[in-house]
Design a protein around this ligand. Structure first.
Ligand SMILES: [Zn+2]
Length: 346
């Protein structure tokens, strides 16, 4: 049994989770925050990270490969990494531990280390042309908590940032079947970690700062990357270019495609890298699809999404498993992103 006071306290606590204060008009949000005397989503806050930044890099982590990450992210206990699910939380724990072991600087919300908390609306599943997707659900005021992860490799300049991104969520479990999302988008996450580890192994300090971001809730309409653009953990004007990697592990080797809002420096860097690697990466009309680069394009920040040209094959089906992936294609995507980062950050 609870006392009345404890009950009211619990109610206020739930309010802090369910209401996205940051989306309220500023003045109203501030006055509610002041009255409650607590910050947004306080119940989500993990213990403050240890302030030590120049920790030694964990050697095991430094020598992991994209396929190692993909095996972890598609394991049965990850349950298809649906945004807001326990399986996705396990994936975020794995990714936060990798960012920490690689010695990156936490760049999430103040006092939450690598995590940036936000909330997602309710969704319902729908099948379109055999693909499972989400559409908006009822009761849109009842939102649930979710996290992006952000970590930085400091460059000579901390004022200019190259953002390397991939979404780590997928569709979860539907009608008793797990949607592992090996290609969409464990492959992109593995690719970004591959590039980061390679730069760290070379022990070169970049000219610009490289920030790695893993978005949640892409499958719910780019909600994680939009939340970042809406309430960024560092000023958006510092972002020089965004390289987003989504579903790069299948199809004919060297056959890639790009989504972007026309030509920009991010597109150019990837295309030059593709040319050097003997690969093809042509700008393609999104034709009703898209990825997290759109959130940055809408904010007039040069951004591009790299994907396998055949990305749609078995996409959003339970057959998007490790068996669909070609490690050689993922290595090639990593090589292209690595070379593009070299052009942009070094
Ligand atoms: Zn998807």
């Amino acid at each position: 049994m609870q006392t009345r006071r404890a009950f009211i306290k619990t109610l206020l606590g739930l309010g802090a989770v369910m209401l996205p204060w940051s989306f309220l008009p500023n003045r109203l949000g501030e006055s509610i925050k002041t009255k409650l005397g607590r910050p947004a989503v306080e119940l989500l806050l993990p213990p403050a990270p240890e302030p030590e930044l120049n920790q030694t890099i964990d050697l095991e982590s430094l020598h992991r490969t994209a396929m190692d990450d993909i095996y972890v992210l598609t394991a049965p206990e990850m349950q298809g990494r649906r945004a807001g699910s326990i399986g996705e939380t396990k994936a975020s724990e794995y990714l936060a531990s990798q960012l920490s072991m690689l010695g990156l600087r936490p760049m999430g919300d103040p006092n939450t280390g690598f995590l940036q908390a936000f909330t997602i609306p309710p969704v319902v599943e729908t099948r379109i042309n055999g693909r499972l997707t989400f559409k908006p659900g009822q009761n849109t005021r009842l939102r649930s908590p979710c996290v992006n992860l952000l970590g930085g490799l400091m460059g000579e300049s901390t004022e200019e940032i190259i953002l390397l991104t991939a979404h780590y969520d997928h569709l979860g479990v539907y009608e008793g079947r797990i949607y592992p999302g090996a290609n969409d988008n464990a492959s992109g996450v593995g690719c970004i970690l591959d590039v980061l580890r390679r730069i760290l192994r070379e022990e070169k300090v970049p000219r610009r700062t490289i920030v790695v971001a893993f978005w949640s809730a892409e499958e719910m309409g780019f909600v994680g990357s939009q939340a970042f653009v809406h309430t960024s953990t560092f000023p958006l004007h510092q972002i020089h270019a965004v390289l987003n990697v989504d579903t790069v592990g299948n199809g004919m080797i060297g056959n890639f495609a790009l989504w972007a809002d026309g030509e920009n420096i991010a597109v150019q860097a990837i295309q030059e890298a593709a040319l050097e690697c003997g690969a093809s990466a042509l700008l393609t009309p999104p034709a009703g699809h898209n990825s997290d680069s759109i959130s940055f394009a809408l904010a007039h920040i040069p951004a591009v999404t790299l994907m396998a040209k055949d990305w749609l094959y078995k996409n959003h089906t339970p057959e998007d498993t490790i068996a669909l992936l070609k490690p050689e294609q993922i290595s090639l995507a990593s090589e292209m992103v690595y070379r593009a980062v070299h052009r942009l950050a070094f």
